[in-house]
Design a protein around this ligand. Sequence first.
Ligand code: 5AD
Ligand code: SF4
Length: 481
Amino acid sequence: MEKTIDEKVQGNSLVLKPQPSNSKKLFIESYGCAMNFSDSEIVASILAKEGFNTTQNLEEADLVLVNTCSIREKAEQTVRKRLEKYNAVKRINPGMKVGVLGCMAERLKSKFLEEEKIVDLVVGPDAYKDLPNLINEVEAGRDAINVILSKEETYGDISPVRLQSNGVSAFVSITRGCDNMCTFCVVPFTRGRERSRDPQSIVEEVNDLAAKGYKEVTLLGQNVDSYLWYGGGMKKDFKDATEIQKATATNFASLLRLVAEAQPKMRFRFSTSNPQDMTLDVIEMMLQYRNICNYIHLPVQSGSNRILKAMNRLHTREEYFTLIDNIKEMIPDCGISHDIITGFPTETEEDHQDTISLLEYVKYNFGYMFTYSERPGTLAERKLEDDVPEEVKKRRLQEIVDLQQKHSKYRTKQYIGKTVEVLIEKESKKSAEQFSGRSEQNIVVVFPKENYKIGDFVLVKVNECTSATLIGEGIGLSNNN
Ligand code: 5AD
Ligand code: SF4
């Protein structure tokens, strides 16, 4: 989940404007997907009402929270190293309390408290509203845990405090959990059943962001295309809804229309899409509203029908191609990215070649590529032997990464000489004279600052490119400002 892991932001601590009446200090750090970062904003909002200001200085914290990811073993190891660090600080500052939030909390439950005794507090992704009670328990010297997964919780009534990084783009979560049951994936176990958030509260959050000057919103969920609001409850129970509920339900395409019309000047993105749930009415909405970005993150995981079946991906290679063909026919300049796993159990050289030929067919703009990591409790772990040797997984990964690099370059080159609309997000990391933003297709664009400012929509003529970046010059503000 998307859910997409952005390596650059892993471990960022979240700091907000202090409230003078608050006296306790919270250090909160996040790992994993965008959903986790978004959840940490909800947690900070809940704790601001409990007397906590955020700090970036671990040593002075009264409460340290780490929002964790379980998607691959490496993600868990990173968090374990951080827990060791917190415990070293705790020896100097014994009053400090440490809590684990998120997917690892849900996966390991009381193990952290009972066997490992390295934390004071364990809170799963659906239990953040219980934090005030749990913290009281901890302050009274008792361990505290709540890892109950919910059928309804969407935190729709909590207005998240924003990580004040650029003030231009924000994430808004629209669904929680996942019902897809891909056999490699731990998410259904750590984040529970899929449920959608009330569209009214989504539109209100979007309007509030617009009023605060934000220019871009990414609608977030493990599987956004599956969004379905019929008055609350789990997606799997929709079949038992009343006739009225069914007739007035809001699906993802109608949600896109709602937000696009509510804020015509705001740009909208969404992540993550799953091929089997993505319908053409979503692509029609992208066509109809220019403020819905022509970009789709469409994980495929493998190009082999046999492996797709073993992964329980619920679509074939051919169906995926049909979807890609439809997208490209309707929106020729649509940016498309992927997730791919190499070395899933039983993957042969022939299966790997199928993934290579799928990449050749689609020529994605970019992608996120991983070696298979066996996760405890998943169907793959229970039923299949992790039988592809590590060096084979890595070699296949490298071949895929190299090919993707070639395709990325091929895609960025197509923009040379063309003009793209860019929303300025920040100063370029490489040069203080340049701004950095993204095109509609989610490609990073850098260009001289001139008199433009962060938050402007600028038309940029592209002169050069690398495989990941377009380099150009501003030729004026777009009419979207
Ligand atoms: N091993 C490797 N990669 C995984 N992903 C999910 N589970 C695993 C796993 N067990 C990848 C998928 C998913 C992305 C978020 O992480 O490609 O789309
Ligand atoms: Fe996000 Fe949890 Fe999945 Fe990690 S395991 S990507 S934190 S949903």
